[in-house]
Design a protein around this ligand. Sequence first.
Ligand code: TRP
Ligand code: SF4
Length: 344
Amino acid sequence: MPEPAISSTRARVLSGMRPTGKLHLGNYMGALANWVKLQDEYECYFFIADWHALTTDYADPSQIVPNTKDVLLDYLAAGLDPNRSVLFQQSKVLQHAELYLQLSMITPLGWLERVPTYKEQQENLTGKDLSTIGFLGYPLLMASDILIYQPQFVPVGNDQTAHVELTREVARRFNQFYQLDGKDVLPEPKVLLTPSPKLPGTDGRKMSKSYGNTILMTDPEPVVRQKLKTMVTDPARVRRTDPGDPDKCPVGDLHKVFSTPETLAKVYDGCRSAGIGCIECKGWAANALVQILGPIQARRAAFSEKQVEEILEDGSSRARTRAEQTMKHVRTAMQLTSAAEGSR
Ligand code: TRP
Ligand code: SF4
């Protein structure tokens, strides 16, 4: 496999996802499609945060390995290119855990307790005992994932910006305590906010695995069509003769994201004049989705199980090399090694 095009002139980005299982269109539009574009401009590191999955699923970790493979396949299906980006698995880069331990020494407990997702998640995931160090430390592990690659940017959605803010604060504190030859070792990265269109699930709420309203990147055409059929519409259209408004309809929202301007015009006209029925309109939306998903599913099918494992091994080995460079500096700055040892 050729070397990734690592160049000092391109800024570096890093992002990741927890292995939650097969990804859906919301994950694709909200993250992956954007990551694919970033590959043209940046030196990219994208990983699968399998240790992060353990923070909530420690009692039954049986799905983490299969889910990790599925998520990698979805990365590849979306168009992430292992020859251009470093695609890797968190637990294969032990340096993340070392940096996490070191950062835990300098991170005040209050900083972690104050992260908004901490209390929220503890209240939402009621079936699980989340009063663990691992769960509290989730954002600090994320800080380690990020800082160890010294990226300039972290492309994430709105829900993760508080974590990147914490990452910046931890970096600042580290740099205040420790320096190497008078220089900062862990530069503060910036959020690169992912532009993501509003993508409703079949029940009209935001598409989300926890709502069970998703369309998967792997859903075959008949499944996509069936899911569209059950999708909620503008409640004003009780009868076929009642006019409706695509701006008040989740199917309308799908058209806005995926359909051509011509189809969208037909949807607006037909819906508002009751000239079309919802079944016809949903059929058009399904056509647009099937068009998007076709090439994605074709790419996925081209990768064997063995290739998936090789890509993860190879990417993780590249990531380790990069992470170890940072760790040498971190250890030296923290006076855990002699300067001579650290520069080796
Ligand atoms: N917390 C992120 C999520 O749930 C996943 C993640 C872990 C991550 N470490 C990261 C994202 C580092 C960006 C950078 O989606
Ligand atoms: Fe929604 Fe289309 Fe029905 Fe209008 S015609 S309510 S946009 S599904």
